[in-house]
Design a protein around this ligand. Structure first.
Ligand code: BES
Ligand code: MN
Ligand code: ZN
Length: 497
């Protein structure tokens, strides 16, 4: 997608459609002093009651020569005192699909009509571009028919008559990088399991290495075994699809910077293994590598934004399949940490691949903090639904960092308890621990299990099972994979210290 910025007045520009935000509050509805006839055009729609400025209100006006651009889209923003960056992303996310489907390929967005009286102009520009790029995302990779019927946006223009060009440019640039990485996450996460294999993910890592200088190391099955990643390999035993333990590093050569590790569960298909899942809805389990996709997307953005940190990313990638070679319920597995694990359900495979990745990062890279992203439990879907990411932290400072990043990025999070009492459910009569503690408190016992593999490193586990996808178009999330968590982790990293 092309992005451009322009210092101009609404009366001077000529684009197929101009997007204007309008507040619900009467005294503050439209401030456009281009010409009386232009103001009149807009006021009339409002006075007729056809458009009130409420959230979700839209109106397309044909300007009939009153200004150069032939169309205007009024976009309701709701009450001004409730306005924020996330409101910009959401309202423009919805608008972006309407604009696209009108066939207007080069919309211009008036920054001055989206900032209200308190938003930072660079951040507002960033949010505008994010809303437009994330909202108009569509994935046609796997279609062959009627491709010419799908419409696209070619370019998004942000203009203002009251802002420095450099401010607009900076906001537009970071907005584009972040939104494109969210879309990258969605394309991986929503991709079918026969295309998005561990091998394909390894190829993406190689691409990041070639294009952006990310250092990439990949352990194949044999190497992973030799290194001692037996818990990861236990899950991979049942599949003929070659597993990959993917390690990426950005900024390894930077001096005097902190090291942060990010880890993502990448079960490229979760059939449940021997503890096989019911077939109804099983196709959704192609998304069980969303955590890995979040990590890939974050690495791409971090490198493009040139963040001053050393970031280590680990993505354990494998299918979870039943076969004559698959691991069984009751197996005892020795993890990379040396602790032994009694397997209860082979469908609790996420924590099997993650525990090795967490210990591997903690032991070999000595990170200041670790974050893991995983579509880990159905219990989290039940607990928080599709709106918020539930996270667990062993350190209040790490929790604070996430809460702050949630506010700036708009990715909603909610802290869950990581209390020791839940360990009772993980007691095993044959090994150091069981790897699952039954249905009750299932998201919490999973987090407690992981906490035993982080070697006292400050850490947060983000269970994104509920937020991995959405059932209908909503705001900047078109139906499908959402890419939730990508903006959050980017804000954690770019606002570091
Ligand atoms: N990948 C699933 C969790 C999941 C469920 C993600 C629904 C997205 C939507 C995970 O591997 C799993 O199967 N978890 C089990 C654990 C149980 C066997 C202890 C679950 O939550 O049922
Ligand atoms: Mn599973
Ligand atoms: Zn899974």
């Amino acid at each position: 997608m092309n992005i451009s910025t322009l210092i101009a007045n609404i009366g001077e520009i000529d684009f197929p459609i101009v997007l204007i935000g309008v507040f619900e509050d009467e005294e503050n509805q439209v401030s456009i002093d281009v010409s009386d006839s232009f103001s009149k055009l807009i006021k009339e729609v409002i006075e007729l009651g056809d458009f009130e400025g409420k959230k979700g209100d839209f109106s397309v006006l044909y300007t009939q020569g009153v200004i150069k651009s032939p169309r205007i889209m009024l976009i309701g923003l709701g009450k001004e005192d409730k306005h924020n960056l996330e409101n910009i992303r959401k309202t423009l996310g919805n608008a972006s699909r309407k604009v696209r489907d009108l066939g207007t390929v080069k919309p211009a967005v008036s920054l001055d009509h989206f900032i209200g009286n308190k938003l930072n102009k660079e951040k507002a520009t960033e949010a505008i571009i994010q809303g437009m790029i994330m909202g108009s995302y569509q994935n046609l990779t796997y279609r062959t028919k009627d491709l010419d019927k799908y419409k696209h946006l070619d370019e998004i223009v942000v203009f203002s008559s009251t802002t420095e060009e450099s401010v607009l440019r900076k906001g537009a640039e970071s907005g584009k990088i972040i939104a494109e990485s969210v879309n990258f996450c969605r394309s991986l996460a929503w991709g079918p399991a026969n295309y998005i294999t561990p091998t394909k993910l390894a190829e993406e890592a190689e691409r990041l290495s070639k294009e952006l200088g990310v250092k990439t190391t990949i352990f194949e099955r044999e190497k992973a075994k030799n290194v001692g990643l037996h818990s990861f390999i236990a899950v991979a035993k049942g599949t003929d699809e070659p597993p990959k333990f993917i390690i990426m590093e950005y900024g390894a050569d930077k001096k005097d910077v902190d090291t942060v590790a990010i880890i993502g569960k990448a079960i490229t298909f979760d059939s449940g293994g021997i503890s096989i899942k019911p077939s109804q809805g099983m196709e959704r389990m192609k998304c069980d590598m969303t955590g890995g996709a979040v990590v890939f997307a974050a690495m791409e953005a971090i490198a493009r934004l040139d963040i001053n940190l050393h970031v280590v990313a680990i993505v354990p990638a494998t299918d979870n399949m039943p076969s004559g070679k698959a691991y069984h319920p009751g197996d005892v597995i020795k993890s990379y940490s040396g602790q032994t694990i009694e397997v209860i359900s082979t469908d609790a495979e996420g924590r099997m691949v993650l525990n090795d990745a967490l210990t591997y990062a903690a032991k070999n890279y000595n990170p200041k903090v670790m974050f893991d992203f995983a579509t880990l439990t159905g219990a989290m879907v039940v607990a928080l639904g599709e709106h918020a990411i539930g996270y667990f932290a062993n350190d209040d400072k790490v929790a604070d960092i996430l809460e702050k990043a949630s506010k700036t990025s708009g990715d909603a999070v909610w802290r869950m308890p990581l209390w020791k009492v839940y360990d009772q459910q993980l007691k095993s009569s044959v090994a150091d621990m069981k790897h699952s503690g039954g249905r009750s408190g299932g998201a919490i016992t999973a987090a407690r299990f992981l906490s035993k593999f982080v070697m006292d490193v400050p850490w947060a586990h983000l269970d994104i099972a509920g937020t991995m996808e959405q059932t209908s178009d909503k705001g900047y999330n078109p139906k499908g994979s959402k890419g939730a968590g990508v903006r959050l982790i980017i804000d954690v990293l770019r606002n570091w210290k």
